[in-house]
Design a protein around this ligand. Structure first.
Ligand SMILES: NCc1[nH]cc(CCC(=O)O)c1CC(=O)O
Length: 318
């Protein structure tokens, strides 16, 4: 039943399902080009589509059902045989994969950090009291409220271009975005400062791409297997196990970020209340092969240190 990369028959046609935002299309094109290079003779195309998460822009993601909203339509296309695989920003992929689908390849990470973007100020520390900072990420909101209580945090949704336009129109003094998205779209110049993990611990999976295939498509899994970057896969496995153990697909302000240093996996994580008043943070090191365990153990450690009380105050997934 399973076909591995060495004996997989070369594909003749590969269809990639993707959201239609400029960033999603960049990512799908990137994977398309890599697959074309790997499988000479295969015709690789992209099926673009709009998801519920793209359509509902007037409410924070956490209130409309969480991350699954960005991938459901792509999964239906795969189920119906209209696409072989889907490319996602891994950050947007729910921690629990829906039955019948798996993430089979994780690509090498782009810069995983958060970026400070402003037309007036050089960095967070330069913002005056009362300055308006846009973000709809509970994680970024909690961090900002904890460290910069004098700032005004306001919701900011929409794709990258929309968010930048809202900044340029003067609705915000600054916004926080993932560095990876800006870099991929050639907008690196918009980054005024890249925040360190100490300033803003990244979200689980940030900067990595995840390739999803139907669980019964061993052929498609084999086509994309060479794109998997083992070190990134170890790191995001730890981050996602950590987040999963804390209910991280929805309304939980948490950060989780792993690196491999001197052959060891180093995972840092935090859970906070959205107002930033309570925050529990810790870290754990171990063997990369134990990534999943490291994530779960760090989550348990945070629970023991008070994360349970924080989680109990948060509403569950819509
Ligand atoms: N939540 C939206 C989202 N999903 C992925 C990215 C781009 C960065 C990445 O690949 O992690 C962004 C934009 C952002 O957070 O600024």
């Amino acid at each position: 039943m399973s076909v591995n990369a060495s004996n997989a028959s070369a594909p003749r046609k590969i269809v990639i399902a993707s959201r239609e935002s400029r960033l999603a299309m960049w990512q799908a094109e990137h994977i398309r080009d890599r697959l074309s290079g790997l499988w000479a003779g295969a015709e690789v195309s992209i099926l673009g589509m709009t998801t519920k998460g793209d359509q509902i822009l007037d409410r924070p993601l956490s209130q409309i059902g969480g991350k699954g909203l960005f991938i459901k339509e792509l999964e239906v296309a795969m189920q119906e045989g209209r696409a072989d695989l889907a490319v996602h920003s891994l950050k947007d992929v729910p921690m629990e994969m829906p039955e019948g689908f798996s993430l089979t390849a994780i690509t090498a990470r782009e810069n995983p950090r958060d970026a400070f973007v402003s037309n007036k100020y050089a960095g967070l520390d330069a913002l005056p009291a009362g300055a308006v900072v846009g973000t709809s990420s509970l994680r970024r909101e909690a961090i900002l409220r904890a460290k910069y209580p004098q700032l005004k945090i306001e919701p900011l949704r929409g794709n990258l271009d929309t968010r930048l336009r809202k900044l340029d129109e003067g609705q915000y003094d600054a916004i926080i975005l993932a560095a990876a998205g800006l870099i991929r779209l050639g907008l690196k110049d918009r980054i005024k400062a890249v925040l360190t993990p100490e300033q803003s611990l990244p979200a689980p999976g940030q900067g990595a791409l995840g390739i999803e295939v139907p669980a019964d498509r061993a052929d498609a899994a084999a086509w994309v297997a060479p794109l998997n970057d083992p070190d990134t896969a170890y790191c995001v496995t730890a981050e996602r196990a950590f987040s999963r153990a804390l209910g991280g697909s929805c309304q939980v302000p948490l950060g989780g970020y792993a690196v491999i240093e001197d052959g060891q996996l180093w995972l840092r994580g935090f859970v906070a209340t959205p107002d930033g008043k309570e925050m529990v943070a810790d870290e754990l090191r171990g063997q990369p092969e134990d990534a999943d365990t490291i994530g779960r153990v760090l989550a348990q450690r945070l629970r023991d240190e008070g994360a349970d009380a924080i989680l109990a105050k948060l509403a569950a997934c819509a």
